[in-house]
Design a protein around this ligand. Structure first.
Ligand code: HEC
Ligand code: HEC
Ligand code: HEC
Length: 414
């Protein structure tokens, strides 16, 4: 009997609760109302804290999101990307590399190593494990049209919090992010064969020895076939840089190649593309790779007079051999060979050969040195001083000149 009375009393009180709450909150002066509002917020906050501390927030990926959570999170993500992307600056006017085949190829190379497992690609399904994550990384080709270039740039550069979508490995290389955007733009409608050609140079991953030979480790003398196959995706089997998308390594100085790989691995030389590659190598593998590429024969560069911009080459030659009259730019030949002539073997082995290197790559590196974003070995600060006062025109002409130089006969490393 007493029990029933108590329950009746409870249900009566509960029924009156909303009216009581309302009168508590809204009655009295505005100061009292504000105080009560703050109290209510504090009680709510405490409740939420208790809910979280008690471990009641559902985080199981196996359960997925409630539909309402999924819609809200997606809406928030899209709105955030669209708003933040408004601040993305267009590429500098002198950057004519945008959307060229070389940019697309460079983006594709990184996509195969850094994005494919999560997002898949034409002819390549997403990795099975990623299909069980929440949110699931989408298969990208049909998604690209939903974003403009700035938005894609923002997503690739910054990544998306609370999802597995990572930021670009370095925040210093907008040019690399633009290469990825150029590739993503071409992704819708791309055939599997075209993707394979771009990302793997036509080889089939796993069939070219990359998986099968994975068990054979590098020694200081020989790189592991699987590692070499991965480098070849971007630098070409011959180390010539696949037509200029990435630097030519063939015939480069061994000490310079080794120090460059170490600099990428340490994060001293910034590249979202090369840093993850180098960080996965141990010192023996780096040494073997440096030796391998230094020992490859170099293909002769195109003869000077066949080059379309002879005037630029002429100006570049003057600047490289004599520096400029005002003493603003030192003569490059004090440290870099022009490809022929005496003194070729006497340079510091840490100073790279530039003769026959791809002009767009030289231009990019000089631009990066000029803005202070190109790190490197302990010798790199020399180049910051050298390049600090170069004008865009100087950079173009110097790059054209060194690229046009015939490559020197190989000399033994000391
Ligand atoms: C570890 C997995 C993972 C990797 C690696 C990854 N992503 Fe993502 N990415 C995601 C997830 C998860 C989302 C979905 C985010 C969402 O739904 O809010 C996403 C979203 C995106 C989107 C937006 C797609 C859309 O319309 O929702 C783009 C574009 C994208 N990623 C590009 C890339 C590129 C380019 C790379 C390589 C540089 C990359 N991602 C690497 C997991 C990954
Ligand atoms: C996904 C494409 C890609 C792969 C794979 C790749 N590279 Fe690179 N590599 C690049 C790009 C792009 C650059 C230029 C980066 C920069 O701007 O600093 C580069 C630069 C380099 C440099 C510096 C060259 C110079 O003249 O300063 C070395 C050395 C190098 N790579 C070695 C390797 C080796 C060894 C491998 C294999 C273990 C490899 N790369 C795999 C794309 C790649
Ligand atoms: C005092 C010596 C010195 C002088 C003078 C010099 N350089 Fe360099 N340069 C270096 C060194 C050292 C490096 C390697 C930095 C590193 O990555 O560790 C380098 C690297 C470079 C690279 C990058 C090559 C690559 O494969 O990534 C370019 C391009 C270059 N120099 C161009 C020039 C030009 C053009 C001039 C003349 C205007 C010049 N350098 C003058 C010492 C010099």
């Amino acid at each position: 009997m007493a029990d029933r009375q108590r329950t009746g009393g409870w249900s009566g009180a509960i029924a009156k609760l909303p009216r009581w709450l309302w009168s508590c909150l809204a009655g009295g002066s505005w100061k009292l109302a504000l105080g009560r509002l703050l109290l209510a917020a504090a009680v709510f906050g405490l409740g939420a804290l208790l809910f979280v501390s008690a471990g009641l927030v559902p985080v199981a990926a196996s359960q997925g999101h409630w539909p309402i959570t999924r819609v809200l999170l997606h809406f928030a993500m899209r709105r955030s990307v669209r708003t933040h992307a408004l601040a993305v600056k267009p590429p500098p006017a002198e950057d004519q590399l945008l959307d060229t085949e070389a940019m697309v190829l460079k983006g594709a190379g990184h996509y195969a190593g850094g994005c494919l497992a999560c997002h898949g690609a034409p002819g390549h399904p997403r990795a099975e494990v990623m299909l069980h994550s929440v949110p699931q990384p989408p298969y990208l080709p049909p998604k690209i049209a939903e974003w403009n270039d700035r938005e894609l740039f923002w997503i690739v550069r910054h990544g998306i919090k609370y999802t597995a979508m990572p930021a670009w490995p370095t925040q210093q290389r907008d040019d690399e992010v633009r290469a990825m955007v150029a590739f993503l733009r071409r992704l819708p409608g791309m055939t599997p064969a075209r993707f394979r050609q771009l990302a793997y140079g036509g080889a089939t991953p796993g069939v070219d020895g990359s998986r099968v030979a994975g068990a054979i480790p590098s020694t200081r003398a020989t790189p592991a076939p699987s590692t070499l196959a991965d480098c070849a995706r971007c630098h070409g089997v011959d180390g010539e840089g696949r037509g200029g998308a990435v630097p030519r390594l063939a015939g480069q100085r061994e000490a310079y190649l080794l120090e460059s790989l170490r600099a990428y691995a340490r994060g001293d030389r910034h590249s979202g593309i090369m840093q993850p590659v180098a960080a996965a190598l141990d010192d023996a593998a780096m040494a073997a790779l440096a030796r391998h590429y230094a020992g490859l024969d170099i293909r002769p560069a195109a003869p000077v007079d066949a080059h379309p911009d002879a005037a630029a080459i002429e100006r570049g030659a003057r600047l490289a051999t004599r520096g400029d009259a005002a003493g603003r730019v030192p003569a490059c030949v004090a440290c870099h060979d022009t490809g022929t002539g005496p003194g070729t073997a006497d340079r510091n082995p840490h100073y790279p050969l530039l003769a026959g290197q791809h002009p767009d790559y030289l231009r990019l590196q000089l631009t990066l040195f000029n803005s202070g974003t190109r790190g490197g070995s302990a010798y790199a600060p020399i180049m910051h001083t050298v390049a600090g006062s170069l004008e865009p025109g100087d950079i173009r002409d110097l790059s054209a000149f060194f690229a046009s130089r015939p490559t020197a006969p190989k000399t033994p490393e000391r």
